[in-house]
Structures are given as C-alpha cells and as structure tokens.
Design a protein around this ligand. Structure first.
Ligand code: 5GP
Length: 120
C-alpha cells in the first residue's frame, strides 16, 4: 500500500486546507475534528507521511515516534482534559475493519464529558 499524498490530512499539513489548530511542533500537528463525536474531539497527526500505526512503527525514526506519543497527553493538557481534569479517551483506527477513513496516521482524543462504551 502506498501513501496517498492527496489525503485530507496531507492537505491540512501542507496548508492547502484550513484547520482549527490546537498544537504544532516539528513532528506533529493537532487540530479539532471537523465533525466532533464528543464535546471535545481532537486529532493528532505526525508530520511525516505514514498511512497508519503499522507503517509508522515500521518506518518512522525513533524521535518521530517518541514526539508523536508525547504530543497526545500534551494536547490533552492544553485542552484541560488530562486525568486530573476528568480524563479522556484516545484511539486510532487502522484499516477498513478498524474504520479508518483518512489514510494518514492519526489518533483521536475525546473528552469534556463521559465518553461512554468503549466499542459500539
Ligand atoms: P478515521 O475514521 O480515519 O479514524 O477518522 C477521520 C476523522 O477525520 C473523522 O473523525 C473526520 O470527522 C475527520 N475529518 C475528515 N475530514 C476532515 C477535515 O477536513 N478537517 C478536520 N479537521 N477533520 C476531518
């Protein structure tokens, strides 16, 4: 499977499509989901071109991996939904059975209210 440079998150990363940015550094971009499923619904994406978690862990540099996973709790802190503020859920959909729609690795962050059943 090859990376599709025209996926929507690649366009957001190139600045071709706007987003409501939450956080950015050299390795990641985080922004609000356009169609929030909970009161707070953020996305965290690596800046590198990785299709999914399998591709990322296989091909990314260790620094990219560390910075990506560090960004998730950092974004939660910015959004004031860390454990001390009630907590949140993070998840990644991988492939068609996982329900992945955008073929650029992303973690969802849900918070601001009870998230509910883990899988529906
Ligand atoms: P997936 O199903 O791939 O895990 O999740 C893709 C997510 O991307 C969905 O929650 C969807 O609402 C979000 N999304 C799709 N297009 C856009 C967009 O143009 N901007 C933003 N901010 N989110 C998007």
């Amino acid at each position: 499977m090859t990376y599709d440079k025209n996926n929507i998150f690649a366009k957001i990363l190139r600045g071709e499509i706007p987003c409501k940015k939450i956080y950015e550094n050299d390795f990641v971009l985080s922004f609000h989901d356009v169609n929030p499923q909970r009161k707070i619904h953020a996305l965290v994406v690596p800046k590198g071109s990785y299709i999914d978690l399998d591709d990322f862990i296989k091909n990314a540099k260790e620094k990219e991996i560390v910075e990506f996973f560090k960004a998730i709790p950092h974004v939660a802190k910015i959004l004031k939904i860390s454990n001390i503020d009630g907590g949140y859920r993070t998840l990644a959909n991988i492939g068609s059975n996982g329900g992945q729609e955008v073929p650029h690795l992303h973690f969802h962050i849900f918070g601001g209210e009870k998230i509910g059943k883990m899988v529906s």
